[in-house]
Ligand binder design. Structure first.
Ligand SMILES: [Zn+2]
Ligand SMILES: [Zn+2]
Length: 259
């Protein structure tokens, strides 16, 4: 196959990539929004982290910015398909090549790599010169809704999409393992922006809560911008001393039983 044919096929794949990512975005953001903001909002009033409901106007722009990011993700998907066809990635199609243990291990590595990539690119985007140019779109509200999961400026969407080529170049990846990783990332991302604390009050004192980030953790990042840069795990924030000083206290306030 000539390079032109490979380029053409990759370009044709881009809309399907955007549609695939858009499908999971709408499924998870829609389900979480429906559950928390429509069906359970009365019962979960005491669990609302910012203490107020999401506004329609705000959700509309979060949705529009996310749709624009999906176009960028689609284009990045096309670039990845092209790189795979050129043999520049470690994508493999037959599971027997590395076996099932590697299939699951590779997903764990993708998650760890994404966690580090997100923390450091996120901190970089918070540098005073860059935040206005790149990251401010995502920080337009201190009370984001699940629809804000992909609400990025175009340059930030490119940075966020950069994890895909990085994973596929560094880690031998089966497309199904990569797809499951993508489903994990959008689920976690949507929950991080849901506006409600989903974990019980004892969670942060459990071994799991010491490592896993919570919706309160990311909600506090939207409020203060100076702390809580992590994504999935509370490891980088802890190592670098960037956890919000009131994180534990705030989590306990939000999860306190209602009276
Ligand atoms: Zn956010
Ligand atoms: Zn930020």
């Amino acid at each position: 196959m000539s390079i032109t044919e490979k380029l053409w096929l990759s370009l044709k794949a881009a809309p399907f990539m955007a549609l695939g990512e858009g499908f999971w975005y709408f499924v998870f953001a829609g389900l979480v929004w429906l559950a928390f903001d429509v069906l359970l909002w009365r019962r979960l009033t005491h669990r609302r982290i910012a203490g107020k409901m999401h506004q329609w106007r705000q959700m509309r722009w979060e949705l529009l910015y996310s749709l624009r990011s999906l176009l960028v993700f689609g284009l990045m998907g096309g670039v990845v398909v092209f790189a795979a066809r050129m043999g520049w990635t470690q994508v493999y199609l037959r599971i027997e090549k590395y076996g099932w243990p590697w299939f699951f291990l590779s997903m764990g590595l993708m998650i760890l790599l994404h966690d580090a990539y997100f923390y450091w690119t996120h901190r970089w985007m918070h540098e005073w010169r860059l935040i206005r140019r790149i990251h401010l779109t995502h920080h337009q509200t201190t009370n984001p809704s699940p629809w804000a999961a992909y609400a990025f400026s175009v340059p930030e969407a490119v940075v966020q999409a950069g994890i895909a080529p990085l994973v596929l170049v560094l880690i031998p990846s089966h497309p199904a393992a990569f797809s499951l990783f993508m489903i994990w990332q959008i689920t976690f991302n949507v929950l991080g922006h849901c506006g409600y604390e989903i974990w019980p009050g004892w969670f942060l004192d459990s071994w799991c809560g010491r490592f896993l980030n919570t919706p309160t953790h990311h909600a506090m990042h939207h409020e203060s911008s100076r702390a809580n840069f992590g994504l999935y795990f509370n490891v980088w924030d802890r190592l670098m001393g960037t956890n919000h000083a009131r994180y534990h206290e705030r989590f306990l306030e939000v999860t306190r039983p209602s009276v």
